[in-house]
Design a protein around this ligand. Structure first.
Ligand code: CMX
Length: 465
């Protein structure tokens, strides 16, 4: 017996039904994600309630003036359940490192890389799903992949010159008309039930992102024809097929890895925090995710994957056949002396090589060790940390996630780098939507940190301007 996630008329009563039926009746292998989350929720609500009651007034950190002017680095003020980033070690998803999730999360039949559907389950519940549960999620995403005609029209009417991220954000915004959350709010549902609709919207959104991404890609760079979804296939493989690369088994594996490792990176990064912030005003998951995608489109954030590729192609064009360490070092200095950043290097929190970079490098080492662009990326990795350290500005001279991704896509023929941030965005949705559901389930309030003018800060610290 299973409770259909998309039985919308029954959504309101699902919690009551779940508790009436007694979830123990389901085998843990069969229970759906929504029902499992519903089962875990009372304990989570209780834990947060007890924590706040007992320790709510405990000091958890101090803030100095420079942090207010310095992009709020290190200020503790956000709750994010799915992942925590350690400056030295990198990301852990619900306590698990990237190599651990590569090992533990279910794979496609015959595949070696984890499926992003499994990460979604892990981020929402803290539990590793069974293969059966992941297959059910894949089928559910495939079943809801079709775009409404008006969203197709929004994309088909966009000029091919409009940046793919702007098209992506418009299409996600337009999906607002599908939001069960917005409709439920209008009907005046009890706020305890908000998460049920946030969940349905999240599944519906994730289901449609590959078709949106593929339509943008095929319209802007190819013949405008988007292949159909295979209802039996996993999410990443459907995305690859719709983009036009479904026949390449290695590319499918890359997409599985790519969508998994780009999903979540704590709550303070621009795309995650923006999604959470906008959601806190009870804007729908559609509008919240679109806002996050607009942040991801910035060159210091997700668009760095496009910038990296452009910079590497520029480097190659300038250096010709001499891509020695010496020539690359000189080129790095030219970039820095021109007042530009070296894209793909540095990070607001990390202080070591990003394990997401390492995972992609390992993929490259096993699938394309002799590819010229892969070799250039490897040489940059040898030289850039030293140059950036000598330059003396960045706090982190090591590569981040965006440093590698573009070259892997180039190898398989996905050459249009202005599209790359869209792929990052599809993945990022898997990381930010679980927290949006959790926030609504825990009744997270509207966000409203304090701001001051410079005059007021000066007064606060006893300084005469
Ligand atoms: N090249 C040159 N200079 C760099 C640099 C880089 N890769 N990274 C940082 N710096 C400079 C900063 O611009 C800053 O200079 P100013 O003092 O003149 O303003 C100085 O070093 C200190 O910066 P920081 O504290 O080390 O880094 P921030 O936390 O301010 O910024 C980031 C972090 C990622 C925006 C920055 O390292 C950067 O611009 N990197 C290149 C762009 C990039 O790869 N972004 C992708 C990040 C991952 C993602 O979100 O997808």
């Amino acid at each position: 017996m299973s409770i259909s996630i998309f039985a919308r008329s029954g959504a309101v009563n699902r919690l009551a039904l779940v508790s009436r039926l007694g979830l123990r009746a389901y085998s843990s292998n069969q229970i759906s994600l929504k029902d499992r989350f519903a089962e875990l929720l009372p304990q989570k609500i209780d834990e947060v309630k007890r924590l706040r009651k007992e320790k709510g007034s405990t000091v958890i950190g101090e803030v100095v003036l420079d942090q207010a002017y310095g992009g709020m680095r290190g200020i503790k003020g956000l709750v994010w359940e799915g992942s925590v980033l350690d400056a030295e070690e990198g990301i852990r998803f619900r306590g698990k490192t990237i190599p651990e999730i590569q090992k533990e999360l279910p794979k496609a039949p015959g595949g070696t890389e984890p499926l992003p559907e499994g990460l979604f389950w892990l981020l929402l519940t803290g539990e590793v799903p069974s293969e059966q549960q992941v297959r059910a999620l894949s089928a559910e995403f495939a079943a809801h992949s079709k775009l409404p005609k008006y969203v197709e029209d929004v994309l088909d009417n966009s000029p091919a010159t409009l940046h793919p991220m702007a098209q992506f954000s418009m299409a996600v915004t337009a999906l607002e008309a599908e939001s069960t959350f917005a409709k439920a709010y209008e009907r005046g549902v009890n706020k305890k039930e908000f998460w049920l609709y946030a969940y349905d919207d999240s599944i519906n959104l994730l289901a449609k992102l590959p078709t949106i991404a593929a339509r943008i890609y095929r319209n802007s760079f190819k013949d405008g024809v988007v292949a159909s979804i295979n209802p039996e296939a996993d999410y990443a493989s459907n995305l690859a097929t719709q983009l036009g690369f479904g026949a390449d088994a290695e590319f499918l594996e890359l997409m599985r890895l790519y969508l998994t490792i780009h999903a979540d990176h704590e709550g303070g990064n621009v795309s995650a925090h923006t999604t959470k912030l906008v959601g806190s005003a009870l804007s729908s998951p559609m509008l919240s995710l679109a806002a996050g995608l607009n942040g991801l489109a910035g060159p210091l954030h997700g668009r760095a994957n496009q910038e990296v590729l452009e910079w590497i192609l520029e480097l190659k064009a300038n250096l010709g056949s001499d891509v020695s360490e010496e020539a690359i070092e000189k080129y790095l200095w030219e970039t820095l002396n021109a007042g530009r950043v070296v894209p793909g290097y540095g990070h607001a929190v990390l202080r070591k090589t990003d394990p997401r970079y390492t995972a992609q490098r390992e993929f490259g080492l096993s699938h394309m060790p002799d590819y010229d662009l892969f070799k250039i990326v490897s040489t940059i990795y040898k030289v850039a940390p030293r140059v950036l350290t000598q330059h003396g500005k960045t706090k982190n001279p090591w590569p981040n996630v965006d440093s590698h991704s573009g070259v892997l896509l180039q190898y398989y023929g996905l050459k249009e780098q202005s599209f790359y941030t869209v792929l990052f965005g599809v993945s990022r949705a898997f990381g930010v939507l679980p927290q949006l559901i959790i926030d609504r389930a825990l009744g997270a309030p509207i966000e409203r940190p304090k701001s001051f003018s410079t005059e007021k800060y000066a007064e606060l610290v006893g300084f005469k301007l």
